[in-house]
Write a protein that binds this ligand. Structure first.
Ligand SMILES: [Mn+2]
Length: 316
């Protein structure tokens, strides 16, 4: 089912210091899988890893178990060195952000991921792009290693699955329901977790809804492009998932693009597709991700990026 879990467990047992990170600007899968791993190692091996993050953890996740134990990378002493570094849901090396120097400084790197990535960072890799959430691979490791879980760990894995599937909209295969069913049978309350996630900042929802109402449609409504310019971007907490999911609900829309002006000449793009894979579009802009949900950060003016993005969909 899953190989080399025994090697991973030996590495955990022999490590004196362990750190864990997901991608920069963590989403639910990145932060909750990291916190779940931290607690799994604490509960089963009696040692306490540090969870290190870069960027901003959205307020949505303020109430998830153990949230306060995640440490911002600038709080970590400059020359810290870890025997074992675990990367979970990290994407590619460029998404490590401030954690990268600690990863480079560590003795052994284990990665657990479900992103498409040609340049693996780990010495030992548990990668599976057929999983809807990296948390499912963490759960596979728990089962393969006969490890214990407590209610915090189960809740964290379930929140990661709920958020990375867009509340079960992006299901790749039946695994995600089997894993969810097992978590529910072992005591997880899904409706409590859904309520716990209803915790967005008012200003974020207002920016997102205004962005939806100003979106522009192309290709007979098959493509919709929404934009968040710099002043509004500062008021946005998270990645604008609400914009992407609302626009995708429209009849006839196949592709949704959200442009975010991080700063002058630096534009983040998020791309979603309901029909054909669009990861190659993100890759053509130097980014990546999943087949139907991908993104990139482009160093160019807002107007240029807007034009290039619309052009990129011309033949699709
Ligand atoms: Mn993920």
């Amino acid at each position: 089912m899953i190989e080399n879990v025994d090697v991973f467990i030996e590495k955990i047992k022999s490590a004196k210091t362990i750190a864990i990170s997901g991608h920069k600007n963590p989403d639910g899968d990145a932060i909750c899988s990291a916190l779940a791993l931290m607690k799994i190692i604490e509960l089963n091996f009696g040692k306490k890893p540090v969870v290190i993050y870069d960027g901003n953890i959205p307020r949505d996740f303020d109430n998830v178990p153990l949230r306060k134990q995640a440490v911002y990378w600038e709080q970590i002493p400059e020359n810290s060195k870890y025997d074992l570094y675990i990367l979970v849901d990290y994407g590619t090396r460029s998404h490590l952000g401030g954690a990268e120097k600690f990863v480079n400084n560590s003795d052994f790197v284990v990665e657990i991921d479900h992103h498409i990535n040609d340049d693996l960072v780990g010495n030992l890799c548990f990668d599976n792009t057929s999983k809807a959430a990296a948390a499912q691979i963490v759960y596979d490791i728990v089962r393969a290693g006969n490890l214990e879980m407590d209610s915090d760990i189960k809740d964290l894995l379930m929140i990661a699955i709920i958020t990375d599937t867009g509340h079960f909209k992006f299901v790749k295969n039946s695994d995600v329901f089997i894993d969810s069913a097992q978590l529910v049978d072992s005591g997880v309350n899904v409706s409590n977790l859904m309520n716990l996630l209803n915790n967005k900042d008012k200003k974020t929802v207002l920016v997102e809804s205004a962005t939806v109402s100003k979106a522009e449609f192309f290709m007979k409504n098959r493509l919709v492009v929404a934009s968040i310019r710099k002043p509004d971007y500062k008021r946005l907490d998270g990645r604008g998932e609400l914009v992407l999911s609302l626009l995708a609900q429209i009849h006839g829309v196949e592709f949704v693009v959200l442009l975010k002006e991080h700063q002058d000449n630096q534009i983040g793009i998020s791309i979603r597709s309901k029909t054909v894979p669009i990861n190659q579009v993100a890759e053509s802009f130097g980014g990546g991700g999943h087949l139907y949900a991908a993104g990139a950060v482009i160093e160019d003016t807002f107007d240029n990026v807007y034009g290039k993005v619309v052009e990129a969909f011309k033949d699709m």
